[in-house]
Design a protein around this ligand. Structure first.
Ligand code: SF4
Ligand code: SF4
Length: 394
């Protein structure tokens, strides 16, 4: 958590009903509010119309390749870790039409560029790891040489309400990626949920003028010392309860030193190259384009849609795919995510949300693979040092 004593904006306490008021105020201001709700046996992110759609009383049990809802007695709203979709579903949608073309009476084509669909979103319940993921996608899609206009527009208008993490899952490792469980900035409002003998409430910090303005419209009371202390304690406790951790080494250097590791064969024997890990990952951003025409040939459309580096076609050049084996495709994904992403975008491509671990149908675990690569590297370096020593021995 940030130091409230230095925060330029107001902090306050919202009662349990405060979230309903927050959703109402944001909707009145013309925003499309997206937040967590229970649907199809999971906590998903979807449009919300009222606070009672939030997943009060639901937690989740996570493991590699496993996700289950679990009822909670404390009635908490944000006691669940990352679900199957992320905010990229809204900021960087799965499918988007880019243009349509119609053939005119003279036989010529008129091409109409599609204006981006850019509602004024309010994202309620953004985890700090996902807040970092949005910052990573900002870097990729909204800055630098190649920008994505629709993303930029949606992002510019988005109001971000963080929910600090007090209940990490067994597959979470944000602490070792430096992306949670508390939020330090980059939000409009930050909530920390507190459920104790004093009741169910939320410590709220405004992080922007817009956040402070919205907070001023809500039924609230001044932040008291007991709520602040309990909120800080809950976030600090979450830090100690991470289910997993990345090996504490320079991951970029590890990836660079592991290009010929035997572990790639091991993981390739398990990987189905289904691409689930890339679809659920909140930072993966690759798209491809598809052109479609109707049967008359009078109407054509171009769509962009998410693509995955696990698809054979993804690296297809003339004559065939560059990465034809599962080994080379998994290696590409992991070394990009943890290594060359730094070279391209100045950050890691992984924020430690654990989604790829949970939604991998065969339970491949990015932290386990990185640890195995590190172990192999240490053994290799030990062997090389021993061999060098033996060579120089008189
Ligand atoms: S690591 Fe898992 S989720 Fe990713 S492509 Fe392989 S089998 Fe699918
Ligand atoms: S690589 Fe896995 S753990 Fe890392 S951000 Fe993507 S889905 Fe989350």
């Amino acid at each position: 958590m940030s130091d409230d004593a230095n925060a330029p904006y107001e902090s306050a306490v919202l009662g349990k009903d405060g979230l309903d008021a927050l959703i109402r105020v944001l909707a009145e201001e013309g925003r499309t509010v997206i937040g967590p709700t229970v649907r199809d046996g999971a906590v998903v992110l979807a449009p919300l119309e009222s606070g009672d759609q939030l997943p009060y009383g639901w937690g989740v049990e996570l493991e590699a390749g496993r996700y289950r809802l679990r009822p909670r007695e404390d009635g908490a709203a944000f006691a669940h870790s990352a679900g199957p979709n992320s905010w990229k579903t809204f900021l960087h949608p799965q499918r988007e039409r880019q243009w349509t073309a119609e053939r005119g009476a003279d036989g010529g084509m008129t091409v109409t560029t599609e204006a981006p669909d850019a509602p004024a979103y309010a994202f309620l319940g953004v985890r700090p790891c996902d807040l970092r993921a949005i910052a990573v996608q900002d870097r990729v899609l909204a800055s630098g040489r190649y920008r994505e206009g629709g993303y930029q527009e949606r992002r510019r208008g988005a109001f971000l309400i963080v929910a600090e993490c007090t209940e990490p899952g067994a597959t979470c490792f944000c602490v070792s990626m430096g992306s949670g469980p508390g939020a330090q900035g980059g939000f409009d409002l930050a909530l920390t949920e507190v459920v104790d003998d004093e009741g169910h409430r939320f410590l709220v910090r405004a992080g922007s003028e817009e956040g402070a303005r919205v907070l001023a419209r809500l039924p609230r009371r001044p932040a008291d010392a007991a709520t602040r202390e309990e909120a800080e304690r809950a976030v600090a406790a979450a830090r100690e309860r991470m289910g997993r951790a990345m090996p504490p080494v320079d991951l970029r250097a590890l990836m660079g030193a592991s290009t010929e590791a035997a572990r790639w064969d091991d993981v390739a024997a398990r990987c189905l190259t289904c691409g689930n890990c890339t679809m659920v990952c909140p930072t993966c951003f690759c798209t491809t384009t598809e052109d479609v025409t109707d049967l008359t040939g009078e109407h054509a459309e171009r769509w962009s849609r998410w693509d995955s580096c696990f698809d054979l076609d993804f690296s297809y050049l003339h004559g065939g795919p560059v990465r034809s084996s599962a080994r080379s495709r998994y290696r590409q994904w992991l070394t990009h995510k943890l290594g060359t992403w730094h070279d391209q975008f100045g950050t890691s491509g992984c924020v430690g949300c654990g989604r790829c671990v949970v939604w991998c149908p065969v339970g491949i675990d990015i932290t386990e693979e990185a640890a195995a690569l590190q172990k192999e590297r240490e053994e290799r370096e030990e062997r090389e040092a021993r061999a060098e020593h033996e060579e120089t021995e008189p």
